[in-house]
Design a protein around this ligand. Structure first.
Ligand SMILES: Nc1ncnc2c1ncn2[C@@H]1O[C@H](COP(=O)(O)OP(=O)(O)OP(=O)(O)O)[C@@H](O)[C@H]1O
Length: 352
């Protein structure tokens, strides 16, 4: 549905040249909720604004719904933009218009009849749960209600894509949840493709199928949310994830020396991640039964990414070195993530 090829964006400002995007390639499938996460200044807003050409890329090709936007003139672009709705962090509502009139605005611009507009607006008000607020002005609404108006307005022209520019960043956690639920609902009902940018991993975890991490104008990591959460590669991604999932080692590891290679009398410390059905498999107990080893659990956590459960265990295995290596080989045949954290001297910690 959306394809970005080698997108570059250079701003010329009084302070010199700013290279905001440096060769971005992205592909978003129809019906996906695609999240782009990055810290302040990473290039998120520039990137999302390149998708509907509010910013025109200095270089590269933007294609939406099979149409190359980067080759269109202004008038053709205006037509194509009707396929792309957008919502904003600060809602961007017209303060002198009522809720009804705000939602009607894009339909008036599209020269739709009064009857059509009325039917459409009433339907959208119901969809976003604001039928009773139609004659109020934005100043009389809460942040969450304002964003609901923003969503209804963005959907007025039946877009195929909805772009969300930090749409929940100005909202409290409870309101954020309800807006994300509404976006999920709309995605399901209309098979609408959603691209959202955020600096909060919680938002990605709650609704996205796919995620891309942007840093210094480049995509440094991308993939399925479940894969990125369970096997983050870059330090930036690890940091984002650690804000909601503790990937750090427990404190007592700071006091012991970990070796990267085994010695005759060392214990093996592993981090195991279980995803989906593998959380139900009794891997640890069958490993202990098969090999002459002991296992003690140093840390355990279970979480969900939307409906998929995933768990993390840090375990210390003790026994003969040959048995430990056999157990490790056995674990590698199971459906789980394995990270060898290191080896500790057998007496460094008492294994129970
Ligand atoms: N219109 C502009 N003129 C000049 N520089 C700009 C302009 N817009 C953005 N930039 C610069 O481009 C870089 C990327 O900015 P952008 O707003 O895309 O990042 P961001 O990840 O969305 O950050 P934030 O979360 O703080 O909004 C920054 O260095 C920013 O200062």
């Amino acid at each position: 549905m959306i394809k970005l090829q080698d997108i570059e964006k250079v701003y010329q400002s009084d302070n010199g040249t700013i290279h905001a995007l440096r060769g971005v390639n992205l592909s978003v499938k129809q019906g996906e909720i695609f999240g782009i996460i990055g810290t302040s200044g990473a290039g998120k807003s520039t990137l999302v604004r390149c998708i509907n050409m509010l910013e025109s890329p200095t270089k590269g090709i933007v294609t939406v719904d099979g149409q190359e936007l980067t080759s269109l003139n202004e008038q053709e672009l205006r037509e194509q933009r009707k396929k792309i709705g957008m919502i904003f962090q600060h809602f961007n509502l017209l303060s002198s218009r009522t809720v009804y009139q705000n939602i009607a605005f894009p339909l008036e611009l599209a020269k739709r009849s009064k009857e059509e507009i009325d039917k459409e607006v009433l339907h959208l008000l119901e969809l976003v749960g604001l039928s009773d607020k139609k004659d109020q002005y934005p100043a009389q609404l809460s942040g969450g209600q304002k964003q609901r108006v923003g969503i209804a307005r963005a959907l007025a022209n039946h877009p195929k894509v909805l772009l969300c520019d930090e749409a929940t960043s100005a909202l409290d956690p409870q309101t954020t949840k309800s807006i994300l639920e509404l976006l999920k609902d709309i995605n399901r009902k209309f098979q609408l493709t959603i691209v959202l940018i955020t600096h909060e991993m919680q938002v990605i975890k709650e609704i996205c199928n796919q995620v891309a991490v942007i840093e210094g104008g480049k995509i440094i990591e991308q993939g399925k949310v479940i894969d990125i959460f369970t096997q983050p590669q870059s330090n930036t991604t690890k940091e984002f994830i650690s804000s909601i999932i503790n990937h750090n080692l427990p404190d007592f590891f700071k006091e012991i020396t970990l070796a990267s290679e085994p010695s005759a009398d060392s214990n093996l410390i592993l981090r195991l991640s279980f995803i989906g059905h593998s959380t139900e498999e009794p891997v640890i107990s069958s490993m202990i039964r098969r090999f002459a080893i002991d296992a003690s659990i140093l840390y355990g956590n279970i979480d969900h990414i939307q409906t998929i459960p995933f768990g993390t265990l840090i375990v210390e295995l003790s026994g003969e070195q040959a048995s430990l290596q056999q157990a490790l080989s056995y674990l590698k045949t199971r459906e789980l993530g394995i990270e060898v954290i290191g080896y500790v001297a057998r007496n460094a910690r008492a294994v129970g």
